[in-house]
Design a protein around this ligand. Sequence first.
Ligand SMILES: [Zn+2]
Length: 306
Amino acid sequence: MSKTSQKTIKEKIDFRGVGLHNGVEVNLSIKPSKPDTGIIFKRLDIKDENIIHANFQNVVEPILCTKIRNKKGVSISTVEHLMAAFYGEGIDNAIVEVDAPEIPIMDGSAVDFVDAIRSVGVEEQGVPRKFIKVLKKIEVKDGKKFISIEPLDKDLIIDFEIIFNNPLIRTRRKEFKLSNGNLTEIYNSRTFCLYEEIDNIKRMGLAKGGSLDNAIVVQGSKILNEDGLRNRHEFVYHKILDCLGDIMLSGNRLFGHIKTSQGGHALTNKLLVKFFSDKANWSLETFDNIEKQNENSYKNPVAIGA
Ligand SMILES: [Zn+2]
């Protein structure tokens, strides 16, 4: 299948599940959409102004999940795992209809979304896909936390480090390279939390739908879920899944090398805001353009994006 053509899903997909944070039952449908429309969320429980575009500029309150909101204040939460499935499965255009303010958490990973997309199949739309090419290194720091992005030729790398004051999770660092092709363990990796944080999270009005069916819960050096972890790197792989979903909110696939220590939804969003705020940091290219530039660059250094 071509990497350079825009894609949508072949047929409508239906899901039912519960929202992790609001605990509300949700019906969700994913429908094919026309080229250049991107990912569009539509709140069926609201009559007017119910369209929310999947864009980093619409992100609000990225606490424990990614929430996007339109200009009229209509929002949809926890879009990141579905967005990561779209990124990995090559979906550029889709309409996501929901009858509640939150995307269902399913099993806490992206695997149900991925399986469903694969079961209906993907359609090439014959319109060139655009890629964001990173031209300059950009970094965002928040105390000891940081995230940066720098140029990389026709690939995406996410180098993620987590540091937890917990004997089981500890410090872990993994590098994910999109061109390696195998996203299975990333897709499978579930969201997680520390047992002692649960009261606090619930006091914030979050995780009302949380359970051992949709999150890994760690107490000291023990995992409370009966079957333990799905893979050795599930904690850091889930953070990479989140990052991939948040990057999909840039509206296009991205060629770049991301490095982060203790990153998360808020930091990824800050990076995207800073990165896109200056046109000197990036250019929007078709795949053919990038190939041509690589051939010519040594004899004819063109002003990319001009
Ligand atoms: Zn997540």
